[in-house]
Design a protein around this ligand. Structure first.
Ligand SMILES: [Fe+2]
Ligand SMILES: [Fe+2]
Length: 133
C-alpha cells in the first residue's frame, strides 16, 4: 500500500505546481516501497539524492512564482521549504556517517510535512495566485 495517498484537497489549481506535487508523491511512495527490497541499502543514497534534487527544483518553481508576484508570505513559505531540505540533508549526512537511517520514520515525517505544507503554505499560495490572476 502506498504511503501517501493523493487527496482532492491537495489540488491547488496551479497546473505546474500540481503536476510536480503529484510527481513528488509518486517518488516518495517509490522510496517507501524500496525500503522493503533486499537491495535497499545500496539504493538508498541514490534515492535520497534524487528526492533532494526533485524537491529542491519544485521549491524553486514555487519560490519563483512568489518572488515574481511579490508575494507577501514569501519569506515564511520559503523558510518552511528550507526546513525540509535541511532535514533531508541531515539524513543524507547520517547515512554517509553511519550507513544507517530510519527511512520508515523519515517517510512518515515527509508525509506529515507535505500534508501540513500543502494545506497551509501552498493553499495560501493558491488563494493568492487565484486572486492576483
Ligand atoms: Fe509545493
Ligand atoms: Fe511550498
Amino acid at each position: 500500500m502506498p504511503l501517501l495517498a493523493w487527496k482532492p484537497e491537495y489540488e491547488l489549481g496551479i497546473p505546474d505546481v500540481d503536476h510536480e506535487h503529484r510527481e513528488l508523491f509518486d517518488l516518495i511512495n517509490e522510496l517507501h516501497a524500496s525500503l522493503f527490497e533486499p537491495e535497499s541499502l545500496t539504493t538508498v543514497p541514490g534515492f535520497l539524492g534524487e528526492l533532494f534534487s526533485r524537491i529542491s527544483s519544485h521549491f524553486a518553481l514555487e519560490e519563483r512564482l512568489m518572488r515574481d508576484g511579490r508575494y507577501a508570505e514569501f519569506p515564511a513559505h520559503k523558510s518552511d521549504h528550507e526546513r525540509l531540505l535541511d532535514e533531508i540533508r541531515d539524513l543524507m549526512d547520517d547515512f554517509e556517517d553511519g550507513g544507517y537511517v530510519d527511512l520508515g520514520r523519515f517517510a512518515v515525517a515527509l508525509e506529515q510535512w507535505f500534508s501540513v505544507h500543502f494545506s497551509t503554505h501552498d493553499a495560501a499560495l493558491h488563494r493568492w495566485s487565484a486572486s492576483s490572476g
